[in-house]
Design a protein around this ligand. Sequence first.
Ligand code: ACO
Length: 328
Amino acid sequence: MKLKSVGIIGTGSALPERIMTNYDLEKIVETSHEWILSRTGIEERRIADEKTTTSDLAYEASLKAMEMAGTSPEELDLIIVATITPDMVFPATACILQDRLGARNAAAFDLEAACSGFLYGVTTAQQFIATGHYKKVLVIGGEIMSKIVDFTDRSTCVLFGDGAGAVVMGEVEEGFGILSTDLGSKGEGGKYLYQPAGGSLEPASEESVRNRRHFIKMGGGEVFKFAVRIMGESSARVIEKAGLELEDVDYLVPHQANTRIIEAAAKRIKLPMSRVKVNLNRYGNMSAASIPVALDEAVRAGEIKKGDHVVLVGFGGGLTWGAALIKW
Ligand code: ACO
């Protein structure tokens, strides 16, 4: 069977209006704008209001992506929402979104690979379209991280923000679209980034709430070391798998966790920072939403043009990682 070429045919993003600056955080925890900026590159992030859910942001981002792709809700065959902050444990946020979009012909499920979730979603969608099983798939990375961040823990609360990015995927001209992908996980590193309570191991209880067990816990140093290595390695791997050379790469859209991690990845594939998308100064780390929001901004700003070789790469809880090389 000849596989179809699969690409991203529309992008969209949605961000809450409220801005929380580093100076705002100085009033909440013992930190400083200078510390946060120098260690991470973050200056501000968006924080959703009490009522906004992940599906609200996902809905807004999806409408924009579908408009760019010229795709109607009825045409969608599948909706994948990558998130670690679903509206609720079940039903899946993808099902809630399907209902709101009126995508009555679509199957829908959530996927959890933390910050790598969007790339896991894109790679999954690619398989369905390449084999001809489905024609149009909507993939979203959406998070309201502020609801699982402990605003008494300065080592994590300064890092994260809320947002959603969406893409419509479909068949593209032969030779274009996704040329290679690389997914991986390192389960033994799960202890470095996790939310202990709320699952079958530690169901919600008065005690779990009292002990703040429903918030993110992170061994930042370990995650940092892993990220610096894997972002470069995985980027290099998709370039090699696609049969390309480092100098063939035009643009890099990395997960937006830390400028130092992004710079290390760019250096590994010898790409100047002028060809790397960085928006974490404005949004912080939006987990699964970071890459699709950055991609949408780059596409709409004309930073990515038809024919460009674009690398998307990310890492996250699991520990997991993912990369894709796309001929735009
Ligand atoms: N303000 C001021 N001081 C702080 C803060 C803060 N917000 N946070 C920590 N510190 C202090 C620490 O207590 C420590 O003090 P000590 O030396 O007296 O013990 C000091 O600053 C240095 O802390 P380090 O952890 O060594 O700082 P580092 O330079 O490693 O930066 C950081 C920390 C930014 C968290 C970095 O390790 C990092 O970016 N790690 C990766 C994290 C990441 O990307 N996580 C998300 C993954 S994606 C996902 O799946 C959700």
